[in-house]
Design a protein around this ligand. Structure first.
Ligand SMILES: Nc1ncnc2c1ncn2[C@@H]1O[C@H](COP(=O)(O)OP(=O)(O)OP(=O)(O)O)[C@@H](O)[C@H]1O
Ligand SMILES: [Mg+2]
Length: 258
């Protein structure tokens, strides 16, 4: 299955969730490919050491060679990555010139190979609903949307992402489905966090993962050391919750034959 992680609000946890779910699934014996579709290249900095920053997605998009050339091993067993780089941002204008074919570019370049060689592929996206995100939605089977607890803007971002998924599944990719939202940065000591978790559960009940991710300093420290929290602090609360989220995701995948 190809899973995309989107929310047009920045900083809600797309990269943290993509990299930790990817590592969690790899730890459960799955072969995982991560595609960094964000020119900020944050996922790349966690999964691809400096030495591997050649043959990026930028080259994949501009060259006419098969996708293997752009897939790199990572320090995580069973987990490979197609890295990104800042230069990819400048491609946007060019991609908008022929929108219809650009939308299909990521799908056409990666999907067949990814489906035959990996159990699951995860795509991390930039914080907008622009062309790179549309390309990812066209390439994917399902979408996960992180929502930051206690932030009205993040809830608005969730609704906008949900609408973009619906629109894409109607017009461009009939197989695409919204999988679940995941509530991130939950701090149950604050009433604003509690209220927003209750609000989200009331409004969107079955569309939300039961597992929430707490606001956890080990998650921040892991990012500082350019690692997943599962590797940096495997016994932390953050890591435990990401393992629980991985299990919940595996349950949904097997229940729905995805
Ligand atoms: N559960 C958490 N607890 C503490 N810090 C977190 C948590 N989740 C994410 N963060 C921190 O919040 C910041 C933003 O997270 P992240 O980069 O994953 O968001 P993003 O949605 O990918 O951002 P962007 O939109 O810029 O791509 C990072 O510094 C990250 O370490
Ligand atoms: Mg990110």
């Amino acid at each position: 299955m190809v899973i995309v992680c989107i929310n047009n609000k920045g900083g809600v946890g797309k990269t943290t969730i993509t990299t930790n779910i990817a590592h969690g699934l790899a730890n459960r014996g799955k072969r995982i490919l991560v595609i960094d579709q964000d020119p900020q290249a944050n996922t790349t900095s966690i999964l691809a050491p400096e030495s591997q920053r050649t043959n990026t997605i930028h080259n994949l998009y501009t060259e006419n060679e098969s996708v293997e050339k752009y897939i790199h091993p990572t320090p995580y067993e069973s987990l490979d990555v197609i890295p990104n780089e800042n230069a990819t941002a400048a491609m946007e204008i060019e991609l908008y010139r022929s929108v219809a074919s650009s939308y299909r570019l990521l799908r056409e370049k990666t999907r067949d190979y990814a489906i035959s060689n990996y159990d699951h592929t995860l795509i991390d996206c930039p914080p907008n609903l622009g062309i790179f995100v549309m390309m990812a939605l066209v390439a994917a089977d399902s979408a996960i949307v992180p929502v930051e607890a206690g932030s009205r803007f993040a809830i608005d971002g969730f609704i906008a992402a949900f609408e973009a998924i619906e629109m894409t599944s109607k017009k461009l990719n009939h197989n695409l489905q919204f999988l679940r939202a995941v509530i991130n940065k939950v701090d149950m000591r604050t009433s604003i966090s509690k209220t927003s978790v209750e609000y989200l559960r009331r409004q969107f009940s079955d569309k939300i993962f039961n597992t929430t991710i707490p606001l956890n300093t080990d998650v921040m420290k892991a990012e500082m050391s350019r690692q997943t929290v599962l590797r940096h602090a495997p016994h932390s609360t953050g890591a435990k919750r990401f393992r629980a989220l991985t299990e919940e995701l595996l349950g949904i995948i097997s229940k729905n034959n995805l």
